[in-house]
Ligand binder design. Structure first.
Ligand code: CTP
Length: 401
């Protein structure tokens, strides 16, 4: 079975002959669904070109802490390290392992390592005697003690012609090992998650519609986070200007509430978790015109009819053990209204936000939400990025899985 690894991987490439395999490794990681940012040590440039790795990863390769173009810019190692779900150093040379063990920090990769809070993996690659040298053993032991995980090395023919331990683990095996370590234990692995996002557009005529200001960002952040945790994600989205930033998301684009209902009804019966974050129109024009209504034509009133409540349908057809989450945008008496929604639609959780909070709701990259669940007090969260809200939501749901 091929590995699926929808994760952000910071790949450190150091100076050793096995760096020639980095091209295949980047390819294998990308194929498995990972976003890959390559950081090379200066010595790695002697073995493989940055052009090869940047082309395969789709991102510029980084090497230096400082951008030496007179601009005073620098590569932000703290941000890079925080971006990553995992740091993999492959190949990890004896020299880089020694520097990592001793906290040295004279290149970008080492600075990223020192800043990393994510899991760190090293795939040592060196010749037999270097691998056998007690100094290397001590350095690896020190790193392991600090939580760094070692993959390999493998036994086999080495660049020197000697045969023994020291070969870098093959790229496909490295991807498998990462998948096992990062996703294998995730409670989301193998779960199916349905997320809806964005607005719906209800036509008045072929040109005009009734819509709303939802950007879809919150739903996309939830879909991305669920995919990163190893879930199979179906994202049903209204018209938005967004591209999902994580692999492993099956996306269905819809226009109207009726189309969203149809797509959701097809997926919901298989879903373990449903997160209905779309801003579905509650009403639609009862008789949209078949052709464009001209300026001169009378259009004094617009007859509206209710759309189907998708979430209520999902709640009514809930399969055993299914977790259902609704969103509520309230302008007044938020908690009371959200609790009503929780009961009426048979939900496990309502994520409530109000338009009264600055920086929250439609169009903002940030949100301030309150989780409302049956039989517990409301849990308000501070203003945070929508991806942090997504993390908090999935942490909360993880406890229910
Ligand atoms: N929703 C839905 N289908 C609709 C309308 C809304 O699935 N036709 C979902 C939204 O995606 C959201 C939740 O229902 O998760 C809350 O929507 P809202 O329109 O506020 O719910 P209502 O109970 O209809 O709102 P209110 O009673 O406040 O008018």
């Amino acid at each position: 079975m091929s590995a699926a690894l929808p994760r952000r991987i910071l790949l450190g490439v150091t100076g050793g002959i096995a760096a020639y395999k980095s091209a295949l490794l980047v390819r294998a990681l990308v194929k498995a669904g990972a976003e890959v940012q390559v950081v090379m040590t200066p010595a790695a440039h002697d073995f493989v070109t940055p052009l090869t790795l940047s082309t395969l990863s789709g991102r510029p390769v980084l090497t230096d802490l400082f951008v030496r173009d007179g601009s005073g810019r620098w590569n932000d190692h703290v941000h890079l390290a925080r971006w990553a779900d995992a740091l993999l150093v492959a190949p990890a040379s004896a020299n880089t392992l020694a520097k990592m063990a001793h906290g040295q920090c004279d290149n970008l990769l080492l600075a990223c390592f020192l800043s990393a809070t994510c899991p760190v993996f090293v795939a040592p690659a060196m010749d037999l005697e270097m691998w056998r040298d007690p100094a290397t053993g001590h350095n690896l032991a020190a790193l392991k003690e600090r939580g760094v995980r070692t993959i390999g090395p493998a036994h086999g023919e080495l660049a020197s012609g000697l045969v023994g331990e020291g070969r870098m683990t093959e790229p496909d095996e490295l991807v498998h090992a990462l998948q096992e370590a990062l996703i294998g234990a995730s409670p989301w692995a193998g779960r199916t998650v349905l997320v809806t996002a964005g607005p719906t557009q209800e036509p008045i005529d072929p040109v005009r519609y009734i819509g709303n200001r939802s950007s879809g960002r919150m739903g996309f952040a939830i879909a991305e986070e669920a995919a990163r945790r190893g879930a199979r994600v179906h994202l049903v989205t209204g018209p938005v200007q967004l591209t999902a930033a994580a692999a492993g998301i099956a996306r269905t684009d819809v226009g109207t509430a009726a189309e969203m209902a149809e797509a959701c009804k097809a997926i919901a019966p298989q879903a373990d978790v449903v997160v209905m974050s779309a801003a579905v129109a509650d009403f639609r024009p009862a008789a949209p015109a078949a052709r464009k209504v001209k300026k001169g034509e009378p259009l004094d009133t617009l007859q509206l009819e209710p759309t189907e409540d998708i979430l209520a349908w999902i709640g009514a057809h809930r399969r055993p053990g299914q977790i259902i989450v609704g969103f509520a945008l309230e302008t007044n008496d938020g908690v009371a209204h959200a609790r009503g929604k929780l009961q009426r639609k048979g939900l496990d959780l309502v994520v409530m936000n109000t338009l009264e909070d600055a920086g929250a709701g439609f169009g903002h990259p940030t949100n301030r939400v309150t989780f409302i669940a049956p039989d517990t007090d409301p849990h308000p969260l501070p203003l945070m990025s929508k991806s942090d809200v997504a993390r908090a939501l999935l942490d909360r749901l993880e406890a229910l899985l």
